[in-house]
Structures are given as structure tokens and as C-alpha cells.
Design a protein around this ligand. Structure first.
Ligand SMILES: Nc1ncnc2c1ncn2[C@@H]1O[C@H](COP(=O)(O)OP(=O)(O)O)[C@@H](O)[C@H]1O
Ligand SMILES: [Mg+2]
Length: 230
């Protein structure tokens, strides 16, 4: 069995305070193994996105810890955390919109710019990612002028450009029609199979969840069951 790349250890997350407190996660334990595809499923409001944000080190647990390659994220300095996040993760989140008025190429280069990669290398790598997603012909278009499926390809290109080990996807097919959603799914699973990129996918879609190696069900802030593919 391969190593745990991420470990979620007795994690609790409470939003708000006083009478407005809400326990979104109430003691979650989970390991993500290098190279696997993991689906996080459950009803709306069950805590899936909260769990994913914590795993992606975008937010901190109220209690418990998240370990990246065995190292406690809460013990890392913020500069170290930013670097680890930038180097290790790619994000396919609906909240991380493309910047509408920038070109596709500029959008895909952004993570490299943040990482301090020079302009020429940035451009080359972004174009390579767009070619891999078969959308390099739109490099000069403004993001706003693309279809939903094209935008999602660009988001995946942007997630890939930093050569991540893990891609986190929150409802990656949620806004797409069935056929386009299937194409986006195929792209993600091809990356998993051919490049060994670990996938962590939050989804409502049973067909998408069924394609993953493992499914965990979240209910009311707890993991209530886990299934491994046959
Ligand atoms: N920033 C926040 N402040 C207060 N409550 C929140 C916040 N984010 C999420 N919640 C609440 O926590 C619960 C879990 O939310 P979320 O993780 O987004 O669920 P899911 O992704 O499964 O729909 C919901 O009841 C939601 O309203
Ligand atoms: Mg959600």
C-alpha cells in the first residue's frame, strides 16, 4: 500500500461563535494515499467543502491536525505553507474563478507568477498545459468568451501548470451538461492514470463518484462510511 500523502487526524471545524456557532466537522479521520482517486460524497451542507478546504490547507481546523507527507501543517510557517500548497496542489474549484477580462494564457500563468517563475518559462509552461488540455488555440481569447466546458479545461490547465501531486476538485462537473462533464471527468482520470496525480473530488454525481478508487460519505460533519472500488 502506498504512503499517506495527506492525513486528517481528528479534525473539528466550528464556524462562528456564541449562539451562532456551527460545528461543520465533528471529528474526521482520513488518509489520502499517493496516486489514488478519492471521492467525498454527501448531501449539501454535510461538510464536504469544509473538509476539502482543510485538506488543501486553505483553512485551519478548530481542533485536530492535517499532515502533509507526515508533517503537521499547523506547525509550518505561513511562507512554508504557501510554498507547500503551491508546489503540491492544483485546484479545480468553482469559487476560484478565471479572471474574466484576462486572456486564457494569463489566467493559466497566474500560479507560476505567484511562485516567482520568470515570464518566458511561465509562458512556455502555460502553453504546454493548454496544449495538453487541447485548448491552446484559445490562449489569446478572454476567459469570459469561452463556453462552460472550455472554461473548465482552462481551470484544469491552471491546476496542472505547477506540476501538482494532488488535484482537489470541488464539484468539477457541477455546472456542465452531461456530455461536457464526462469529457472533464475523463481528463481528470487520465491525469490520475498516466501522471499518477492524486485526485480528491467532492461530488454529488454518483457516476463520477463510482469512477473513483474510494468513496467516503460525509453526513453532518462526520465520515459515516467508506467504500473501496471492487
Ligand atoms: N464560512 C462559514 N461560516 C459559517 N458557516 C459555514 C461557513 N462555511 C460553511 N458553513 C456551514 O457549514 C456547513 C457545511 O458547509 P460545507 O462544507 O460547504 O458543506 P457541503 O460542501 O457539504 O455542502 C453548512 O451548514 C454551511 O452552512
Ligand atoms: Mg460544497
Amino acid at each position: 500500500m502506498s504512503e499517506a500523502v495527506l492525513t486528517v487526524r481528528d479534525v473539528r471545524k466550528t464556524y462562528g461563535r456564541g449562539d451562532g456557532r456551527f460545528d461543520a466537522l465533528r471529528g474526521v479521520n482520513l488518509e489520502v494515499r499517493e496516486g489514488e482517486s478519492l471521492a467525498i460524497v454527501g448531501r449539501s451542507g454535510s461538510g464536504k467543502s469544509t473538509l476539502m478546504h482543510l485538506m488543501a490547507l486553505l483553512d485551519e481546523p478548530t481542533q485536530g491536525s492535517i499532515l502533509l507527507d507526515g508533517q503537521e501543517a499547523t506547525a509550518m510557517r505561513s511562507s512554508q505553507l504557501n510554498r507547500a500548497r503551491n508546489k503540491t496542489f492544483g485546484f479545480v474549484f468553482q469559487q476560484f474563478f478565471l479572471t474574466a477580462n484576462q486572456t486564457v494564457l494569463e489566467n493559466v500563468m497566474l500560479p507560476l507568477k505567484i511562485a516567482g517563475v520568470g515570464r518566458r518559462a511561465r509562458t512556455e509552461r502555460a502553453l504546454a498545459a493548454l496544449e495538453q488540455l487541447e485548448i491552446a488555440d484559445k490562449a489569446k481569447n478572454r476567459a469570459v468568451d469561452l463556453s462552460g466546458g472550455q472554461k473548465q479545461r482552462v481551470v484544469i490547465a491552471r491546476a496542472l501548470v505547477g506540476d501538482p501531486r494532488i488535484i482537489f476538485a470541488d464539484e468539477p462537473t457541477g455546472n456542465l451538461d452531461t456530455a461536457t462533464g464526462r469529457v472533464v471527468e475523463d481528463i481528470l482520470f487520465t491525469l490520475n492514470r498516466e501522471q499518477g496525480i492524486t485526485l480528491v473530488i467532492v461530488t454529488h454525481d454518483d457516476d463520477l463518484a463510482a469512477r473513483c478508487d474510494r468513496r467516503v460519505h460525509v453526513r453532518d460533519g462526520l465520515i459515516v462510511s467508506e467504500e473501496v472500488a471492487a
